[in-house]
Design a protein around this ligand. Structure first.
Ligand code: DX5
Ligand code: ZN
Length: 221
């Protein structure tokens, strides 16, 4: 899987759920991807939403639904998320001892398979799985909450991913998640990322539509 241009993926987590149709219609006219954070209060100390909300988002946008599963035992729910409308399903390496099997299951469901690593997980732990992936999600904050500060140290992983992708002739997409704003988006782009999740910097901005445009301009420069 690849993307032809840098993609900004607004994160639903930071939207106002009491007016989801309006929130999405503001960013939707040109929306490429929408990032959806699923949390189970086990893998991370927070709880968000499941397939019902993904299905609602599916009705509100034609964007690629990029579903980030921050949950234990995600394999039990893959087909449910796919049925709800997920286009990309990303699981965490730390939650999947049978990593290759889960990635295969995601692909068999018809979705693209993503794998993510927490800031504390070293690069060498994920490197063997690169040929099995459509997307690699490098966390640039500790997963669990929006609005945290970007961790520049994680750029080493993005650079390693970019390097190994070229050296091994692979075609997974490199995504970063956490603390992305008009400054950090350039840092992550410079390191080699393709998709940039942005929660607070889009949906908590006075004008989410303008904020999305500003991020797109910043990453293109
Ligand atoms: C954090 C989530 C992120 C979050 C990013 O655990 O995975 O997707 O929504 O939010 P910001 O962009 O506000 O850091
Ligand atoms: Zn996320």
């Amino acid at each position: 899987m690849n993307v032809t241009h840098p993609v900004i993926a607004p994160s639903l987590l930071s939207a106002d759920f009491s007016k989801l149709p309006e929130e999405l219609s503001i960013v939707d006219p040109s929306l490429d991807w929408l990032h959806c954070d699923v949390m189970d209060n086990h893998f991370v100390p927070n709880f968000t939403f499941g397939p019902i909300v993904i299905a609602a988002a599916r009705k509100l946008t034609r964007a690629t639904l990029d579903v980030h599963l921050m949950m234990e035992r995600p394999w039990g729910m893959v087909d449910e998320f796919r049925k709800a409308g997920a286009d990309v399903i990303t699981v965490h390496l730390e939650a999947c001892p049978q990593t290759r099997e889960v990635l295969r299951q995601i692909r068999e469901s018809g979705a693209k398979a993503g794998l993510s690593l927490k800031p504390g997980t070293p690069w060498h732990a994920i490197s063997p799985y690169l040929p099995d992936l459509d997307l690699l999600l490098v966390m640039t904050v500790e997963p669990g909450f929006g609005g945290q500060a970007f961790m520049p140290d994680m750029m080493e992983k993005v650079e390693a991913a970019h390097r190994e992708r070229a050296a091994r002739g692979l075609d997974f997409v490199i995504e970063v998640d956490g603390g992305i704003n008009v400054d950090t988006v350039k840092v992550a782009r410079g390191a080699g990322a393709d998709v940039f999740v942005a929660g607070h910097s889009v949906f908590r901005a006075p004008s989410p539509g303008a904020a999305l445009s500003a991020l797109r301009e910043a990453v293109a420069r």
